[in-house]
Write a protein that binds this ligand. Structure first.
Ligand SMILES: NC(=O)C1=CN([C@@H]2O[C@H](COP(=O)(O)OP(=O)(O)OC[C@H]3O[C@@H](n4cnc5c(N)ncnc54)[C@H](OP(=O)(O)O)[C@@H]3O)[C@@H](O)[C@H]2O)[C@@H](O)CC1
Ligand SMILES: [K+]
Length: 511
């Protein structure tokens, strides 16, 4: 699913009106009806007090139309208009008139602090104050009003976006409605996925409002959302007459004294994700640990006892996955530099591999095009320097990806994959995955799909999605707290099966 900017959504709106020969007021009615239907489905006629707060633009117009439908269906609705400007949109005014057809109660105008209504704990608040048209932070009495709503214990439903939130631009601590649930139109907005603002959205639900398919097809999005549908389409069926040689060989260069678990997890995950063969290049003293932990994985021993000191072997045709638990010793750096410079096809670099690379960024010239780097924030700083907020981070990461022709996987609540061809947001995963070794598993999974001849971007996106989906399945049994990296790894197979199950067969998600 494409993630568009506010400006692009306005263009999609205009293009829909032109191509579908529908008026903007009819499009607003379509949108409001769809929101009403979803609300009605959940509320089922419940006599709860509903307060609809409308702005004076088209988001407010949506709010008025939603309120009208609710009133028509017998709900207990009070409608308010935040009277912050005389400049009302055309479609707002039409709906301001239309609401008179169903009630004698005019919307109540709010113009200052004295007008603020009391909001009860049992109320449902529908926030239709600002949507994608917000163009500056909310200030003055409106800022106090946002705080008033946020301080209430009512359940807050945002229309398109929580008011005050910018769809795709940085904002510094500006007042924003803290929604419990957001009905967003056509595409989710980029700010829903960023750590500074994602919590303001609550749960979100995309409503397909039927914007012009031609426009949607050709528009270059800010990012693409990788969800179950897309992941399912990435999957490659196996040929019944195939053999292990068809599924590639992953060489995991990893581990050091006290961190052999990282080598075990990365190489084990590569096996679990379908690599035909996996070999671990590890320090001598780690061999027993590895061989006892994952019997399917072969080993090559470096001459260093406690850490990898050299990269000497006879293997051919393998995919290198380097870094987990490798350590930062000088001779490990030399072995890393040698390993990198011997590769002709994309590699996966994780953890200490990225820290070693940051020691000499000149090595980037030796990394094959479309190699995959999977840094957490601390490691990323070694590559792109410091940043100010998520938008700055993404822009610097994009520049880095294009300049060095590499794929960056920026791990987080929503993992961003930044490629020279564009940016992707991952839709799977949960907070239980914030646990030691989870990243080691991810690097092994991505390397396994590279070895299985998925192209580098697909291998990355598919690996990131499945890693999160494994965590989502595992959490049903283990809870967030009980989740650990080896369990995530063991759920890769079930997560692949789950790609092809219908939603009703999925167990409920832990919130
Ligand atoms: N995309 C689609 O396909 C469809 C979109 N639809 C809906 O339209 C919504 C977008 O509507 P929109 O463009 O009218 O903008 P909206 O968010 O209502 O606000 C604009 C008003 O706010 C004002 N204003 C701005 N910032 C302010 C501030 N800080 N403090 C105070 N005022 C501020 C600004 O005034 P001005 O800047 O001119 O002073 C202007 O009057 C979208 O979210 C969705 O709900 C559907 O109906 C149909 C399909
Ligand atoms: K809103």
């Amino acid at each position: 699913m494409k993630i568009l900017s506010g400006e692009q959504l306005a263009q999609a709106d205009a293009s829909t009106i032109q191509k579908q020969q529908i008026s903007s007021i009819d499009l607003m009615e379509r949108v409001a009806t769809l929101v009403f239907e979803r609300l009605h489905q959940r509320l089922n006629g419940a006599p709860v007090p509903i307060k609809v707060f409308c702005g004076i633009g088209n988001n407010g117009g949506d709010g008025l139309a939603i309120a009208r439908h609710l009133i028509q269906h017998g709900y207990h609705v009070t409608t308010y208009v935040t009277n912050c400007s005389k400049k009302r949109s055309k479609d707002f005014l039409v709906n301001y008139d239309r609401i008179k057809e169903v009630t004698k109660d005019w919307p109540i105008l709010l113009s200052c602090k004295d007008d603020f209504p009391e909001i009860g704990q049992q109320d449902i608040v529908i926030d239709a104050i600002f949507g994608t048209g917000i163009n500056r932070p909310i200030d003055g009495w409106m800022a106090e009003f946002v705080e008033h709503i946020n301080n209430s214990r009512a359940f807050k439903v945002a229309v398109d976006m929580p008011s005050g939130l910018f769809a795709d631009q940085a904002q510094n601590d500006a007042p924003v409605i803290r929604a419990n649930h957001t009905f967003t139109f056509q595409t989710p907005k980029l700010s829903f996925f960023l750590p500074e603002t994602g919590n303001l959205v609550g749960t979100y639900e995309v409503i397909n409002i039927g914007l012009d398919p031609e426009y949607m097809m050709q528009v270059q999005p800010l990012a693409n959302l990788v969800d179950k549908d897309l992941a399912q389409r990435m999957y490659k069926n196996r040929n019944p007459f195939s053999h292990k040689g068809d599924y590639g060989h992953v060489l995991v260069m990893a581990g050091s004294e006290g961190k052999m678990g990282a080598a075990v997890l990365a190489s084990g995950a590569a096996i679990n994700a379908g690599a035909g063969k996996v070999t671990a290049l590890i320090p001598e003293d780690g061999n027993t640990i590895l061989q006892c932990s994952v019997p399917e994985v072969m080993s090559i021993l470096s001459s260093g006892e406690s850490h990898v000191t050299n990269f000497d072997h006879e293997l051919q045709n393998y995919v290198l996955c380097v870094g987990p638990g490798l350590g930062l010793k000088d001779d490990t750096f030399s072995a890393f530099a040698k390993a990198i410079s011997k590769q002709a096809s994309p590699v996966v670099i994780d953890a200490d591999g990225i820290n070693l690379l940051s020691r000499d960024l000149g090595l980037l010239k030796k990394i094959p095009e479309n190699s995959i780097l999977t840094p957490h924030d601390g490691e990323l700083k070694g590559l792109i320097g410091e940043w100010k907020g998520s938008y700055d981070k993404l822009s610097k990461a994009q520049k880095f990806s294009m300049e060095h022709k590499v794929i960056l996987v920026l791990k987080g609540a929503f993992t961003f994959t930044v490629t020279p061809q564009g940016m992707f947001v991952n839709d799977s995963g949960n907070p239980g995955m914030a646990t030691a070794g989870s990243g080691d598993v991810l690097s092994g999974v991505i390397a396994a799909f590279l070895a299985q001849k998925y192209d580098p971007i697909t291998a990355t996106l598919f690996g990131v999605y499945l890693h999160g989906a494994s965590g989502d399945l595992a959490v049903q049994t283990y809870a967030h707290e009980g989740l650990k990296a080896s369990i995530i790894s063991n759920f890769i197979g079930p997560a692949i099966l789950n790609l092809f199950r219908q939603p009703q067969q999925q167990p409920p998600q832990q919130q």
